[in-house]
Write a protein that binds this ligand. Structure first.
Ligand code: SF4
Length: 468
């Protein structure tokens, strides 16, 4: 997927003005935020489970080479082929080669964000392979001119039912339906022949399990089962190398958190553990199974100050709770991963210079850290990325000048007191009788959509002294 993160400001401006999107994004709070809040109360020891999950994820990340090696041995022993890709392009090339080897004409896919990194559909289609998305959200996006997903677990959260009704009627050439069960039934009718005629099934992998050489795929629609054990003779798993978990017990621990944090469910409707291709005597399963394990920037985080990011279990809770994501949606972020996790992952994977505004796309309120099931310190990581931008002189001259002026004053307490004293008095005067500032000098963005309450005319230190 081409990186568009440099257009973050322009895109978010458009999204803020899009009333329909603003309405659709309200689903985040009404559905996911409240769902998670009640689901986590079901656990006797939520904090203990989080700590256990962190420990298990970090055991895998800190010994990534060892666990990947174990995984490869176990998966190979059970008949699968394990391939490694250093870049997203390499990964696409490997899948294309597998398709050619098995003379694949049609591939069906379940949802995979890594395949978005790889621009896999485009690569396969360029060689004449038809690709059909089977996750309902991804299917909707595909028939809507290959639109990009806007959320990692709810790819069409930015759309409403009416929009999808119009799309189905136009593309399916059937009478327009507005009842959701009827609409999903229609989508199933469209997809069923595709499942039955595909030669290759492609899935992501929520996790890969080293001790058994298995892939774990979690969905709510069961389409991953149709992509892997139904007709396709080849199953290809594409996933990131950081998704390895040493044992099934580790998987069980993480699964206590994933659906609860993602959709507020105790357990997802379908949890599949797939191990190796069909054996003699098996009734179903693919004849060949491949794992394409993608690096694409991940190893550069191992041992770095951003290593904690690798334990992400892709639940989406950070974006559901983020006040910035809730207003602008996922497309503004310009790459595969939106929200706070994307604001760390995108600059880490594609270069901080290609995603200049993402580390700033946060109020640093800390809510993402609070709700992250594996306690990734997202605000700290965003702050570190901001530091990197300053070190590399990537911030605009006006901002650098402002920070230099502030640093100069902050190191001189008397001067600082004088300057801040003058500043708050000027701001009070600007507030006038309304006590509201309609246009803040040097900070217009803050007052574009609302007035700023004028200060009382006293600095923080003066107020603090009074309070004492
Ligand atoms: S950073 Fe945490 S909250 Fe966000 S997707 Fe990853 S695991 Fe979930």
């Amino acid at each position: 997927m081409q990186v568009q993160s440099m257009h973050f400001k322009a895109r978010s401006g458009q999204k803020l003005a899009d009333q329909r999107l603003q309405q659709n994004l309200k689903k985040l709070s009404s559905k996911f935020v409240s769902g998670r809040a009640s689901a986590i109360t079901e656990l006797d020891d939520f904090e203990g489970t989080r700590d256990a999950a962190i420990e298990r994820r970090m055991r895998a990340i800190e010994n990534l080479d060892v666990w990947l090696d174990t995984f490869e041995k176990e998966a190979t022993r059970r008949g699968a082929t394990v391939l490694y890709a250093e870049t997203a392009e390499d990964a696409s090339r490997l899948v294309v080669e597998i398709a050619k080897k098995h003379q694949v004409r049609k591939a069906i896919k379940s949802k995979s964000m890594v395949s978005e990194e790889m621009a896999l559909n485009k690569a396969l289609e360029a060689t004449g392979v038809q690709v059909v998305e089977t996750d309902l959200g991804e299917y909707i996006l595909q028939i809507n001119n290959n639109e990009a997903p806007s959320h990692i677990i709810a790819p069409v959260v930015h759309k409403d039912k009416e929009e999808i009704s119009d799309l189905f009627a136009r593309v399916h050439q059937r009478p327009r339906l507005t009842d959701i069960p009827e609409m999903t039934h229609e989508a199933r009718e469209m997809l069923r022949p595709q499942f039955l005629s595909a030669d290759m099934g492609i899935t992501g992998g929520n996790f890969i399990i080293a001790e058994t050489g298995s892939v774990a795929v979690v969905t709510n629609e069961g389409n991953e089962g149709m992509c892997t054990v139904m007709p396709p003779k080849v199953h290809v798993v594409v996933t990131g190398i950081e998704k390895v978990l040493p044992t099934l017990e580790d998987f069980a621990t993480v699964m206590r958190l994933l659906p609860r944090s993602a959709t507020g469910q105790s357990i997802s409707n379908y949890v599949s553990l797939l191990t190796g291709p069909k054996r003699p005597g098996d009734l179903d399963g693919p004849e060949a199974m491949y794992f394409v394990l993608v690096d694409a920037g991940r190893t550069s985080l191992v041992g770095s100050e951003f290593q904690d990011m690798l334990r992400c279990i892709r639940c989406g809770a950070c974006m559901n709770h983020c006040p910035v994501y809730q207003k602008i949606g996922g497309h503004s972020y310009g790459w595969v991963y939106p929200g706070p996790m994307g604001s760390v992952l995108t600059p880490s994977y594609v270069g901080v210079e290609n995603a200049l505004d993402l580390p700033q796309a946060s109020t640093l309120c800390g809510e993402c850290h609070v709700v992250c099931p594996v306690k990734i310190p997202l605000p700290d990581l965003l702050r570190k990325l901001r530091e990197k931008q300053v070190e590399k002189h990537l911030r605009p001259a006006s901002e650098r000048l402002g920070l230099a002026a502030w640093a100069f004053l902050a190191k001189r307490p008397t001067l600082y007191r004088l300057a801040t004293g003058m500043g708050v008095r000027i701001l009070r005067a600007m507030g006038g009788s309304r006590k509201l500032i309609a246009k803040l000098p040097f900070g217009g963005g803050w007052t574009d959509y609302r007035d700023m309450p004028a200060p009382t005319g006293k600095t923080f230190r003066e107020l603090y002294r009074q309070r004492k």
